[in-house]
Design a binder for this molecule. Structure first.
Ligand code: 13P
Length: 338
C-alpha cells in the first residue's frame, strides 16, 4: 500500500464526528466481562454478542472502524457473511489486535513488556488478506514506587515502533497504544509526567524506525488522577492536563489521537473527550477508541439473553451517538438518557 493510502485510511479512522469501537478483548478479557454479568464465555455467545454490537442500526454514523480479536475476524454474522466484510460493507473499517499480551518484564518486578513481534510479518499479511485495514498493539505502563523504570518505557516504545514499521510495510495502519494505567494512589500531576515521558520515547522510537507519522493513529490514555487518589481531578483539569501532554509530545503530522477509556465510567470518558474538543481546534483529530466506555451499558442490557438484543443495541447506539457529539465538544451530561 502506498503511503498515500495509509494516510487516507488513518484519516478515515478519525473522520469528524466518528471514532473507533474497541471490541478486541482477548479470550481471557472477554471471559472477565461476561463473568461480570454472570454469562459463560463460549464461542457462539461471543459471536452473538459482537454481531449484536456490529449490526446496531445507525452505528456507522458514529463508528469509523472496529478493532477485532483474531477469533472475531474469522467469525460470521448470523446470515453467514464474514464479520470483516459485513463491517466494511457498512462503512466501518475492520481492524485487528496483533499483540500477544503484556507479560512480566524479567528483572523488573511489577512491570510488563508486550509480546508478539516474532512471526508478526506473516500474521499481518494473513490479516490483510482477511480484510483488515488497520492493526493495534497495546503497551502497558504501570505507575508505582520506582515505576515505571526507564528501561520498561524504552523496551515498550521500541516494540511499539517495530510493530508500527511492520504494519506500514504490510499496508496496515498501526494504532500505537501506550497505556499508562490509572491504577494507584498517585495524583494527576504524576500521570501527566509519566504520560509525557512515555510519549517522548514512543515518538523518538517511531522516528528511528522510519515510521510515517501520517499513517498512524495514536491511542493514549487521558491524564487522570490515580484511581485510588483521594483527590480526583475534575473534567476541565483532565482535559487541560491531557492536552498539555499531547501538545508537547505529539507531532502535528499524526492525523488523529483516539483515546482508550482505561476504566473510566462511560459518562466520564465522554465528558473528558467533549471538554478537549470544546478547546479545539487541535493539530490532530481528537477522537475515541473505547472498549469498556462504549460497551459496558450494552453488555449489562444484553445479559447473555437472545431476547434482549434490541435493548443492548439501543444502549450501544446511545453511547456511540454521545461520543460522536463529544467529537465536536457538543456533549452535555443532561443529554444522558433519564
Ligand atoms: P478500554 O477503552 O476499555 O480501555 O479499551 C480500549 C482498548 O482497546 C484497550 O486496549
Amino acid at each position: 500500500m502506498s503511503n498515500a493510502s495509509l494516510a487516507e485510511t488513518a484519516q478515515a479512522m478519525v473522520a469528524p464526528g466518528k471514532g473507533i469501537l474497541a471490541a478486541d478483548e482477548s479470550a481471557p478479557t472477554i471471559g472477565k466481562r461476561f463473568a461480570s454479568i454472570g454469562v459463560e464465555s463460549t464461542e457462539p455467545l461471543r459471536r452473538d454478542y459482537r454481531s449484536m454490537l456490529f449490526s446496531t442500526p445507525g452505528a456507522e454514523q458514529f463508528i469509523s472502524g472496529v478493532i477485532l480479536f483474531d477469533e472475531t475476524l474469522r467469525q460470521s454474522m448470523p446470515d453467514g457473511e464474514p464479520m470483516p466484510q459485513y463491517l466494511a460493507g457498512r462503512g466501518m473499517i475492520p481492524g485487528i489486535k496483533v499483540d500477544q499480551g503484556a507479560k512480566p518484564l524479567a528483572g523488573f518486578p511489577g512491570e510488563k513488556i508486550t509480546e508478539g513481534l516474532d512471526g508478526l510479518r506473516e500474521r499481518l499479511a494473513e490479516y490483510r488478506g482477511l480484510g483488515a485495514g488497520f492493526a493495534k498493539w497495546r503497551a502497558v505502563i504501570a505507575i508505582g514506587e520506582g515505576a515505571p523504570s526507564d528501561y520498561c518505557v524504552h523496551a515498550n516504545a521500541h516494540a511499539l515502533a517495530r510493530y508500527a514499521a511492520l504494519c506500514q510495510e504490510a499496508g496496515l495502519v498501526p494504532i500505537v497504544e501506550p497505556e499508562v494505567l490509572m491504577d494507584g494512589p498517585h495524583p494527576l500531576s504524576r500521570c501527566e509526567q509519566v504520560t509525557g515521558e512515555v510519549l517522548a520515547q514512543v515518538f523518538d522510537e517511531l522516528e528511528r524506525h522510519r515510521v510515517e507519522l501520517e499513517g498512524i493513529i495514536l491511542k493514549p490514555n487521558m491524564v487522570v488522577s490515580g484511581s485510588e487518589c483521594p483527590a480526583q481531578a475534575g473534567v476541565d483539569e483532565v482535559a487541560e492536563a491531557t492536552l498539555r501532554a499531547l501538545k508537547t509530545h505529539v507531532p502535528a503530522a499524526v492525523p488523529g489521537i483516539a483515546f482508550l477509556s482505561g476504566g473510566q465510567s462511560a459518562e466520564d470518558a465522554t465528558a473528558h473527550l467533549s471538554a478537549m474538543n470544546a478547546r479545539g481546534p487541535h493539530p490532530w483529530q481528537v477522537s475515541f477508541s473505547y472498549g469498556r466506555a462504549l460497551q459496558a451499558p450494552a453488555l449489562t442490557a444484553w445479559g447473555g439473553k437472545a431476547g434482549r438484543l434490541a435493548e443492548a443495541q439501543q444502549a450501544f447506539g446511545e453511547r456511540a451517538r454521545l461520543n460522536g457529539l463529544a467529537r465536536t465538544g457538543g456533549y452535555r451530561p443532561e443529554l444522558e438518557a433519564a
